[in-house]
Write a protein that binds this ligand. Structure first.
Ligand code: UN1
Length: 492
């Protein structure tokens, strides 16, 4: 297989003439050769997106929405094919890859419907014979930079709202998942999206992303990825007065109170901690457990964690796939070793796993006796490592949860409605789950986090439109004379 960049409605090799490989993390095989974009391609893509903007913004929004419905239909038809490519490009197990594609289908239909909403509002005005309304304009050319862990779902939270609102796009996906990214763009092309509306740049390294962030023609930026990169983007964007949405790290916790349903907590914890091999922004990496239930829960988790099947995600019996690459494997193991040095005890795992001598596998790991404030408790590991922290009360659990520098997702297990509502009020994260793990967000609700996780924006849901639209307030005076607001209608 071979994939190229998509600029101005054409598939093109990078101007620098370089290529790189798309590697299957389950067996280290090269699945595709990718033509790398370089900085000169950024210029061409911004030009194409700028040219296309004029006619795209004037295309009636309901028609833009209809194109999204068509894209949704095509994604549905190609769901299995795309899911299989996604698993080979990124490693997640096939059932989860299907979920990843399904999330894009959901988002396409949801935002397709926005084509006939994109709601503004009217309000009464203070002068006679005058009318006021607020409408949404597209923000302009959007730069979208996305990670490898949800190569289809996360981009769709940004791409579909941007398109329906009349923006044009330059998408720079992670170089770890170039094949599935290009396959995704082909669906938009097949649906008949006009040339230049959606451009794709595939590139390793930071140069292309940086050029996109710095380009004066790009008005709005939406980024999901590491905290360090997000901060750098925000600084650059701030200097250039651009709109920027950041979605960064997480250190999500499941809180388990003594009255929780043990079997449910066990199922949910395994899924939230080790699903996607712990590589979700929303993955549970802390288990904050009340002391009474802790011994039984640890026993249940330990038994089940030991039984998890690692391997190639295309095998339907495999429960845990590889991590994305060798660097990730080393980073995860490094955190595990630091944890051990700091006095936490690994109940299971804590080692690189050998699956037929190939691929990047890490054994699902449970750490007991993790102290609040220690490295394991505080830092995002982005791998299959769960740290158990014992507490005495609900209040203490919430305190430990809220002290994190991140604030994406928290869950609590209890059968007591009073304590559930207290937790809903006092937990400060962008997502809160009651009697469900920390993952499983649906696209119709805002997605994002507080503290170090984000910068105040939300993706998905109607909230996503805030980034990709600018409010325009329009006043129509049909009185035929000068009416000065705040002045002429006052007696004094
Ligand atoms: C992510 O955590 O990186 O909520 C995205 C979920 C998915 C999306 C997660 N719907 O787990």
């Amino acid at each position: 297989m071979e994939f190229q960049n998509y600029i101005g409605g054409k598939w093109v090799k990078g101007r620098g003439g370089k290529t790189f490989d798309a590697i299957n993390p389950a067996n280290e095989e090269v699945i595709a050769q990718i033509h790398a974009a370089d900085v000169a391609d950024v210029e061409a893509a911004v030009q194409a997106a700028t040219d296309a903007f004029e006619s795209w913004r004037l295309t009636p929004a309901p028609l833009r929405g209809e194109l999204l419905f068509k894209i949704g239909d095509l994604l549905k038809q190609k769901k299995e094919e795309l899911a299989r490519l996604l698993t080979q490009d990124m490693g997640k197990v096939i059932a989860e890859a299907r979920g990843d594609v399904q999330e894009a289908i959901d988002m396409a239909y949801f935002m397709g419907g926005e084509g006939r909403r994109l709601l503004g509002y009217t309000a009464p005005v203070e002068m006679p014979n005058k009318f006021g309304m607020a409408v949404r304009d597209p923000s302009g050319v959007a730069g979208i930079i996305t990670p490898w862990n949800f190569p289809i779902a996360v981009p769709s939270w940004k791409i579909f709202p941007a398109l329906v609102a009349g923006n044009t796009i330059i998408w720079k996906p992670s170089p770890e998942t170039p094949a599935i990214s290009a396959a995704f763009v082909k669906v938009f092309e097949e649906a008949g999206l006009p040339a230049g509306v959606f451009n794709l740049l595939l590139a390793p390294g930071a140069d292309v992303g940086k050029a996109l962030v710095d380009h004066p023609g790009v008005r709005v930026l939406s980024f999901t990825g590491s905290t360090a990169t997000g901060r750098a983007i925000a600084e650059a964007a701030g200097r250039l007065n651009k709109k920027v949405s950041l979605e960064m790290g997480g250190k999500n916790a499941i809180i388990v109170l003594d009255d929780a349903h043990l079997e449910l907590v066990t199922d949910a914890t395994l899924w939230a901690a080790f699903g996607t091999t712990g590589q979700r922004c929303t993955a549970a990496s802390r288990l904050i457990v009340q002391k009474g239930i802790a011994p039984k829960l640890k026993e249940a988790l330990l038994a089940r964690t030991r039984k998890l099947t690692l391997g190639n995600g295309l095998d339907p019996n495999v429960e845990v796939g590889p991590v994305i690459n060798k660097t990730a494997l080393e980073r995860i193991h490094n955190f595990v070793q630091i944890g051990q040095k700091e006095g936490a005890r690994a109940l299971v795992g804590a080692s690189v796993a050998d699956v037929n001598g190939k691929g990047f596998f890490y054994t699902p790991t449970l750490f007991d006796g993790v102290r609040p404030g220690s490295t394991l408790e505080a830092e995002e590991i982005f791998g299959p490592v769960l740290s158990i922290i014992e507490v005495n009360t609900l209040e203490e659990a919430i305190q430990v949860n809220n002290r994190s520098k991140y604030g994406l997702s928290t869950s609590i297990f209890t059968q007591d409605v009073n304590r559930a509502f207290t937790a809903m009020r006092d937990i400060f994260t962008g997502l809160v789950y009651i009697n469900h793990g920390t993952t499983g967000a649906e696209i119709q609700f805002p997605f994002g986090g507080v503290r170090g996780t984000g910068n105040g924006h939300r993706e998905a849901g109607q909230a996503a439109l805030e980034l990709f639209t600018e409010w325009k307030s329009i006043y129509v005076d049909y009185s035929g004379k000068l009416q000065r607001a705040q002045i002429d209608n006052r007696e004094e």
